[in-house]
Design a protein around this ligand. Structure first.
Ligand code: GLY
Length: 422
């Protein structure tokens, strides 16, 4: 089977690595890729938002399966275009991808099946902002305001703050830029990312993971696209896990089928485990980054065959998933200034070691690997438990040099020290 992966991040690098372990995968192609994925797959340039261009590439490289990594092409309907052209694709069509692309749609689907989620209000008129702020945050008895960009923002449009002026300034900035703002009630409790391979009403969960969104140790500083992750979650109870699968993801998948928007791809449930049980923070329509890097490091089942089964409507026939024992931890190495405007063009050394996945990297004409984005590398350590996996990840990071680069030192620390529960 020849597999074309669309995207250029560490998530796509992790997908390619896991696909390369599938004995039935005979060819790997990536577009557009990065300096790390070029070592695993044939690399092509493509406009990932154009269905016609992706179809032309899939035909040229004789792909048997196309896996779409990022949300933007999914929300724009690239998966629909591929399917209409008779090409097997893993990724939801435009209507189902609204579960991520339109927070109002996601809330409507969740309300229809009684899934617990934050209460929310959309503000699209600056004149209504102050009144809406009064309904949330400390003004309404919550510890903080949660202010989101109600459009695709790669995880960076969220501000969670106990300070009204900070919340107001973020919301006003989004409104000035023409983006509607979503205000939400605060969901307290540790977060869980559960990725599920979905084919209509058939739901196959992967290992639960947790990611770290703030830039600094101890969860301080601004939100990022994700600074690290680990899997599995030793502290998550079976009861909470079953409630997520059978009480949240399965009913949502069934509701999408009922509405004629059947989901085919990766449904990512982002949850908070509150004192009243799991509640949905958001749904995404694709693999999450950086959790994918940790989750797929532990997958033993053949990923190409799994995604092909889902993409061709045969997921229900696929064998139960197999996982290796132990744990995986991924730590993101980010460029100077990230999540602000990152400095790029710095030479990176040590990035070709095992366990290093590339995101914002490019190969210069002289052969040097240089940074080309905010999140530069994702380093993955595995081991018998979280402590061993953390040790391995940080050992690998120690051997890498990126001027101005920074990373969090506390990824998975509280879980390894058994400080989390629920
Ligand atoms: N892990 C956050 C995201 O992928 O959106």
């Amino acid at each position: 089977m020849r597999v074309l992966v669309i995207g250029s991040g560490a998530r796509e690098h992790a997908l390619l690595l896991a696909l390369s372990r599938d004995p039935k995968v005979t060819g790997l192609i990536v577009a557009p890729g990065n300096a790390g994925t070029a070592r695993l797959a044939e690399q092509h340039d493509v406009d990932i938002t154009s269905g016609d261009d992706v179809i032309a590439l899939a035909r040229k490289v004789e792909a048997d399966l196309v896996v779409i990594g990022p949300e933007v092409p999914l929300v724009l309907g690239v998966a629909d275009a591929l399917r209409a052209a008779g090409i097997v694709c893993f990724g939801p069509g435009k209507d189902a991808a609204r579960i991520e692309g339109s927070k109002a749609f996601a809330k409507e689907v969740m309300a229809a099946v009684g899934v617990r989620t934050a209460s929310s209000e959309i503000v699209d008129n600056p004149a209504h902002l102050d009144a809406a702020l009064d309904h949330f945050g400390p003004a309404a008895g919550d510890p903080a305001w949660v202010v989101k960009d109600d459009s695709l923002a790669a995880g960076k449009g969220v501000v969670v703050t106990p300070e009204r002026e900070v919340a107001r300034a973020h919301a006003a900035g989004l409104l000035d830029a023409g983006h509607p703002v979503l205000l939400e009630s605060f969901l307290d409790g540790p977060e869980v990312s559960l990725f599920c391979v979905v084919d209509g009403a058939t739901v196959v969960p992967l290992l639960p993971a947790q990611d770290f969104k703030r830039v600094g140790d101890g969860d301080v500083g601004p939100n990022t696209g994700g600074m690290g992750a680990y899997a599995p979650l030793p502290w998550l109870t079976d009861t909470a896990y079953r409630e997520i699968v059978t009480g949240i993801v399965e009913p949502v998948a069934a509701e999408l089928v009922r509405r004629g928007n059947a989901f085919n791809g990766l449904l990512y449930a982002g949850l908070a485990i509150t004192s009243n049980g799991p509640a949905v923070v958001e749904f995404n329509c694709r693999f999450g980054d950086p959790e994918t890097q940790a989750v797929l490091a532990l997958l033993e089942s053949p990923l190409g065959q799994l995604l092909h089964a889902a993409g061709s409507g045969k997921l229900a026939e696929f064998d139960e998933l197999r996982w290796r024992d132990g744990a995986a931890v991924t730590v993101v190495l980010a460029a100077e200034n990230y999540p602000g405007f990152p400095r790029v063009g710095d030479v990176i050394s040590g990035s070709e070691a095992d366990g290093v996945l590339h995101a914002g990297t490019a190969r210069r004409e002289d052969g040097a690997i240089v940074s080309s984005g905010g999140r530069v590398l994702s380093v993955v350590g595995t081991g018998d438990d979280l402590t061993a996996a953390r040790t391995r990840a940080y050992e690998i990071l120690d051997s890498i040099r990126l001027p101005g680069g920074h990373f969090r030192t506390d990824i998975a620390l509280r879980a390894a020290e058994e400080q989390l529960s629920r």
